[in-house]
Design a protein around this ligand. Structure first.
Ligand code: NAD
Length: 258
């Protein structure tokens, strides 16, 4: 049932081979999907191009998710290349470095705005852009990536925790809006994984150790484990699931405070 053959998907958020979105791209391709990948800047284009070259017949397009113009151009490219879209993976997130190392109370208005714009509003904007591509297909699946820092305090996660709370709420509102069109919207809340984005959080390695010590499975998770859950959520196997935050975190979230 977790089959994506004949499906066309857009993956936003591949930076390098450690990216969770790259693991999802590989798993979705292995399940039969044809993919479009984006790069946010010329600096990352080469990385994404090299990875995409290992996929079958990929589409590559620029997309800074803070730009409505680039999101519009991306939708036009997808219409041209795929003639529609079956799924979207939203794996873009960003907060300025100062906001991830100083106490949360010191978060500047500008850092707050940028973090929420790139990490949350982008889901709303991308979703709006792809709905017209999904409707003629009879529906679709949209997936974003979140972290339990939305609910609990982790050192230096700060404004990203606030952004993830807004992201999870956005998943529910979007799911409610788009359910009548058979477009589902879900999130995976992944356990901590060492990626480019994670390395921007001061003291991240101590968070990783907490998973090994305290998660019921006594370990962290890897990107392929998140990707397997993602393929389920992108496929017909999850056709009755929407508005959901699926925890893929070795069970860490069941812990109490001690
Ligand atoms: P990553 O650095 O590989 O991915 C983050 C992506 O966001 C990068 O590809 C980056 O290019 C992209 N991005 C940033 N600004 C952008 C912009 N303006 N336009 C377009 N793209 C932009 O790191 P990752 O850990 O794979 O992160 C993917 C998602 O998973 C993020 O939402 C992250 O918060 C979430 N997540 C990560 C962890 C973890 O521990 N690594 C845990 C739970 C959730």
């Amino acid at each position: 049932m977790s089959d994506l053959s004949g499906k066309h998907g857009l993956i936003v958020g591949v930076a390098n081979k450690r990216s969770i979105s790259w693991a999802i791209a590989q798993a979705a391709a292995a399940a039969g999907a044809r993919l479009a990948l984006t790069f946010p800047s010329a600096r990352l284009e080469e990385n994404v191009r090299e990875l995409a070259a290992t996929l079958e017949n990929p589409v590559l397009a620029p997309c800074d998710v803070a730009s409505d113009q680039q999101i519009g151009d991306l939708a036009a490219t997808l219409q041209h290349e795929f003639g529609g879209l079956d799924f979207l993976v939203h794996g873009a997130a960003f907060a300025p470095a100062d906001a991830l190392s100083h106490p949360f109370v010191e978060t500047s208005r500008e850092s707050f705005r940028v973090a929420l714009d790139v990490s949350v509003y982008s889901l709303v904007a991308l979703t709006r852009a792809v709905v017209p591509l999904m409707e003629p297909r009879g529906g679709g699946s949209i997936l974003t990536l979140t972290y339990i820092g939305s609910q609990r305090v982790f050192p230096n996660y700060n404004v990203m925790g606030v952004a993830k709370a807004a992201l999870e709420s956005s998943v529910r509102y979007l799911a409610s809006d788009l359910g009548p069109k058979n477009i589902r919207v879900n999130a995976i809340s992944a356990g901590a994984i060492k990626t480019l984005a994670a390395s921007g959080i001061s003291g991240f390695s101590s968070i990783l150790q907490v998973y090994r010590d305290r998660a019921p499975l006594r370990r962290g998770v890897d990107t392929s484990e998140v990707a397997d859950a993602a393929v389920f959520l992108l496929s017909q196997a999850s056709r009755a699931v929407t508005g959901e935050i699926v925890m893929v975190d070795a069970g860490f979230h069941v812990n109490g405070g001690i």
